[in-house]
Design a protein around this ligand. Sequence first.
Ligand code: BGC
Length: 775
Amino acid sequence: MKNYIKANEWKIIEEGFDPHLNKISESIFSLGNGRMGQRANFEETYTGDTLQGNYIAGVYYPDKTRVGWWKNGYPESLAKVINAANWIGLNVTIDGETLDLAQVQVSDFKRELNMREGYLLRSFTARLKSGKAVSVTARRFCSIANDEVAALRYSIRPLNFRGTLTITAFTDGDVKNQDSNYGEKFWEEVDGTIIGNEAYLTLRTKKTAFEVCTGSSISIFKDGSEVQPELEAIRKDKYVGQTFHIDCGQHEIFTIDKVAANLSSENHPKPLLMERCKQVVQTARAFGFEALLNEQAKAWAVKWQESDILIEGDVAAQQAIRFNIFQLFQTYTGKDDRLNIGPKGFTGEKYGGSTFWDTEAYCLPFYLATAEPAVARNLLIYRYKQLGKAIENAEKLGFSHGAALYPMVTMNGEECHNEWEITFEEIHRNGAIAFAIYNYVRYTNDTAYLQEYGLEVLVAIARFWKQRVNWSNDKHRYVILGVTGPNEYENNVDNNWYTNLMASWCLKYASEVALGLKAQQPQKYMELLKKLDFKEKELADWAYIVEKMYYPQDSKRGIFLQQDGYLDKEPLTVKHLSAADRPLNQKWSWDRILRSCFIKQADVLQGLYFFEEDYDLETIRRNFDYYEPRTVHESSLSPCVHSILAAKLNDEARAYEFYLRTARLDLDDYNNDTEDGLHITSMAGTWMSIVEGFAGMRVRNGQLQFNPFLPGKWESFSFSLIFRGARLNIKITEHGIRIKNESMVSLTLKVRETSYQLAGYAEIETGDSVIRPLV
Ligand code: BGC
């Protein structure tokens, strides 16, 4: 746990340069725009400890699998988002001495992430070995207004000398992934072209043949006036740059603006890539750094208008929630249904930039409520498009007749994970994908989605469960053997309650949707039967499995059992663990973890969170009281679900305690792993803790409901929601809740047990059910 980020409502601020914190800060201060992103690496040379990272969404490399013991069904290769060309490069020498923060004396160092306007600012003073001192300011951003564009402005001011600055502005594609399985580099060069102050580097990924052209244009200024020093072109393999010299007087400010563009063959024909890149670069240059920055601020203002959460009375909490929202939108903007949300976004290599069940189980609610439905819909379409691969994946494992098993980790629909206990056993992920369809339709009422796409996915998932269960003569029930539930600290267990519940729910929901289609659009239903080779007998089989599904439980304690035999474990709680035991996954052998009763993340409780309507409060309470004390929360996805359930159980103190563990997870490097990248997917969980937890927001019977409370330390909190065309702002204070309708769409909603009719542009306050028009 660290505590070096300064509290501020709209900014993330680091003051003072501590090289030991550099990799953590590189993650925290990352930039992105959904199409590209980068860690907060320095522009100038840095020979200290750093993880260099630039990433282009959707551009991946299938890295040959590396395993100790091959098992049939493992994928041959694992796709990874790859470290791409570094466009920010600036080599700065001052009368021959290199500016390198690992080699000079640094003072007044400050890094600032301006979340309101979407840029990164860094400033420092450096005293070189020669005694010469310069002050530097660097500002950069990845444009959210035009997501192929990025720009930086770098200014140097000699403080105590006159001298010659030699700068090489470059784009370096000779980079590699730290997690490359065989130390291989993934790029090869297609072309490098330097024309005056413009430079273009086109690279191609090996095997996948994606091409990316990174172009840039530099402009140079002395005390604000543009100058045109002679540029020397520098070409190396996968490298383009321009070197120039400039004489600078003491206190003169020398500035270089670099506008850059990354265009990929995912969006442009390969033969036109460089030409198109030139157009983008030249347009951006003509626009200029300031104008691009203004456009950036405007684009972020729109995002904040729709998604901000305002917390009064707690600056640290305010900063944290904005940081989470900011990073979520830097990672995914929902414009492209081929893209998804990696657990680390564009902030590191861990998890390979791939898609996990995190998207459906944790991220979807955030995008549903803070953006137009098309954004969340694209997350569903992403899986729809990968249905064929999910069917192939199931076939590889021995399933047939259109059964689909979505991968646990994927880029292009193929499995990207090769640990048997996860690849083959963590099959509950299929359930989350079906649940997301349900959740999306519940929120948006876009039932057309079910007919057009959803049902196909649901049928394929249901077919998988139908084949994956087996009849136990002993139990006279259907059982599901050999699985890993969400709690990855148990492997190869039988009858994980959550998985059995999910399986049975998927079968029920798929039937319901199929029968709904039959009733409403018989013609379409017939077409689908044909397309999917679907026989109505399947519905009867599914219903029988639902009826006869086995659910482990303990009637004495009144709880659901995480899996068969869970009660045979040594009955300990987290209180029995010492600080030296934690985190278990680093301190204990895997064998010891598996035998213990300790739970990595919500498992039974994940099921109760998804399907809370099916259980009474006392059942939820008994299970919460039993499982939470055994949970070590060693997945970042864990505290948010506990926070929401605690809020539901009116345990406000614990709801807040769990919230704190998720909200500043990365800002305070709570788990000592922020240097690998940020926990992007759990950031959506932080949002859920506030909106579903503290505000108690739910969608029931097509209506919004709130059951709010105000965390003790806060004076108020407010947030915006987009719901079925209505735009609402909800504020919770110690006096109650005020809901403003900022659109003309009227709706009925509930606060606690009371229903309100909220007309367009009206507002309500609880305790005063009079509906007043907005002034
Ligand atoms: C969690 C998984 C999650 C993955 C990526 C793991 O630690 O146990 O549930 O999908 O991280 O966030």
